[in-house]
Design a protein around this ligand. Structure first.
Ligand SMILES: Cc1cc2nc3c(=O)[nH]c(=O)nc-3n(C[C@H](O)[C@H](O)[C@H](O)COP(=O)(O)OP(=O)(O)OC[C@H]3O[C@@H](n4cnc5c(N)ncnc54)[C@H](O)[C@@H]3O)c2cc1C
Length: 340
């Protein structure tokens, strides 16, 4: 809990409302010793949010071209020219919000962000009585205090969604999309972690998994800025963008319309489009233990400290590393089922 207390102190100093407690006090599963609860906020359904934003956009006076890939961006005669397979658009000003995919064009500043592939999995529906026995009365979403964290959340379908644990760096643009699917070995690893945290549900199978690209910056903070007065960009919510990305979008819209930069943009604004080499995102950095990102939870919830840390139990990988070379590997308590 020491790390949680330190993070809570920092957050309080920054004005965030957090409370510390045991798992019982916070109403989270007893597989966690306790944690820190961010008391303001909630859980967002990304599907509903996206559908509503799309409907509002289609009902507005804006002309929308869906399924239209911009293949190149150049400046010609004081205009920004966007090329697509079906034609070109010439614009006075452009805003890019293409997140992890921004690196596809030469105009994108070097080292702006690194694309990382992350995955989530979902269990089959669980008997409500078994869920009740977990003591997860708050239904708060959980993230662990690891540099590359695990997250757990209950759904209204009586399933548990969980994910991340390992990330994969995109090497080249364009990033692979439809041809990319979660690595079954990682799904298995996540399933093993789930069984470890929720021993009473170790028999519950994983029903499906999915993944996607997020953009990550060297500072782990979102970035917005401007290139030569006519190209604006907002990217890289570092995997926390469901609420942040739409908000930053409204700030940039205000800037364009009013010509005055809203104060909330100042903290994200890159005065010059120059960014340091992202050491944390190098193959070495991705393996290095580092400061916890759990203070910026994906969904407002509880950053928990795990019971295994209190009990001295180690991560399955660590235990495997300590096992004598010729010892047989124990069967993981929960295996992933074929993905649908
Ligand atoms: C598995 C997973 C779990 C996540 N969980 C959470 C979570 O719990 N909480 C949270 O806050 N965030 C989460 N995120 C991150 C969140 O999804 C992102 O931060 C958020 O979607 C960022 O929004 P965005 O609009 O900036 O970018 P995106 O949603 O990535 O949208 C970028 C858009 O740009 C378009 N585009 C790209 N290239 C081009 C091109 N060349 N031409 C035209 N269009 C282009 C794409 O089609 C896409 O529509 C998760 C992400 C993943 C992958």
């Amino acid at each position: 809990m020491g790390r949680v207390r330190r993070v809570a102190k920092i957050l309080r100093r920054a004005g965030t409302k957090v409370e510390l407690g045991t798992s019982e006090e916070l109403g989270i599963p007893r597989g966690f010793v306790g944690g820190m609860h961010e008391t303001e906020g909630g859980i967002l359904n990304p599907g509903k949010l996206t559908r509503v934003v799309r409907r509002a956009l289609l009902e507005s006076s804006a002309r929308v071209f869906e399924q239209t890939k911009i293949t190149d961006v150049v400046r010609t005669d004081g205009r920004v020219v966007l090329s697509t397979p079906g034609g070109q658009v010439r614009a006075g000003r452009v805003v890019f919000a293409t997140n992890a995919f921004a690196g596809e064009w030469d105009i994108t500043p070097r080292h702006l962000s690194v694309p990382l592939w992350v995955i989530e999995v979902e269990t089959a529906p669980i008997d409500p009585d078994r869920l009740m026995e977990l003591g997860w009365t708050s239904r708060s979403a959980l993230v662990t205090q690891h540099n590359i964290m695990e997250n757990y959340r209950l759904t209204s379908r009586n399933t548990i969604v969980f994910g991340v644990r390992r990330i994969e760096r995109g090497k080249d643009f364009p990033l692979p999309m439809s041809e990319k699917s979660p690595d079954p070995a990682l799904v298995d690893e996540l399933a093993g972690a789930f069984a470890h945290r929720f021993p009473s549900l170790a028999d519950v199978r994983v029903a499906r998994s999915w993944g996607g690209w997020i953009a990550t910056t060297p500072s782990w903070l979102p970035v917005a800025g401007q290139i030569d007065g006519d190209v604006f960009y907002s990217v890289a919510c570092n995997g926390h963008g469901l609420a942040q990305a739409p908000y930053v979008g409204t700030l940039i819209a205000d800037l364009l319309v009013d010509g005055v930069r809203p104060a909330d943009l100042d903290v994200l604004w890159a005065d010059k489009p120059r960014f340091p080499r992202p050491f944390m995102m190098s193959p070495l950095g991705l393996r290095r233990p580092g400061p916890s990102t759990a203070s910026t939870t994906w969904s407002t919830g509880v950053a928990g400290t795990l019971a295994r840390e209190r009990s001295g139990l180690r991560h399955p990988r660590e235990r495997a590393a300590r096992r004598p070379r010729n010892a047989a590997s124990p069967t993981p308590p929960m295996r992933a089922q074929p993905l649908t």
